[in-house]
Design a protein around this ligand. Structure first.
Ligand SMILES: [Cu+2]
Length: 107
């Protein structure tokens, strides 16, 4: 067990070490705001972004540890993003300038 894990980690790289005990966190968008201003997670964890609003949102980030763009997301939709590198990820919405949150990814 121990040996096969070490082997897999060596072959697949650092991101697989994180995902071996990865957690998933929920962040929703409601009333044109993110449900939390800041979220601290570990490398390898994922965040499921849910549009709990009556309007579309377009969640994205241009931050170095994890740049992503979920595109225009309709009410009720969810999308999961894996954060495999440590660092601070500033998350925004392309449609609403006031929407902003921070995801701190620890090693
Ligand atoms: Cu929005």
């Amino acid at each position: 067990m121990q040996r096969s894990f070490a082997f897999a980690a060596a072959v697949l790289g650092a991101s697989s070490i994180g995902s071996a005990c990865a957690a998933d966190f929920d962040v929703s968008q409601k009333n044109q705001a993110f449900s939390v201003p800041t979220l601290t997670i570990k490398a390898g964890d994922s965040v499921t972004f849910k549009n709990d609003d009556k309007v579309n949102h377009n969640v994205y980030s241009v931050s170095d540890p994890k740049a992503f763009d979920l595109g225009s997301e309709a009410p009720g939709k969810t999308q999961k993003v894996v954060f495999d590198k440590p660092g601070t990820v500033e998350v925004e919405c392309a449609m609403h300038d006031n929407m902003h949150m921070k995801i701190v990814v620890t090693p």
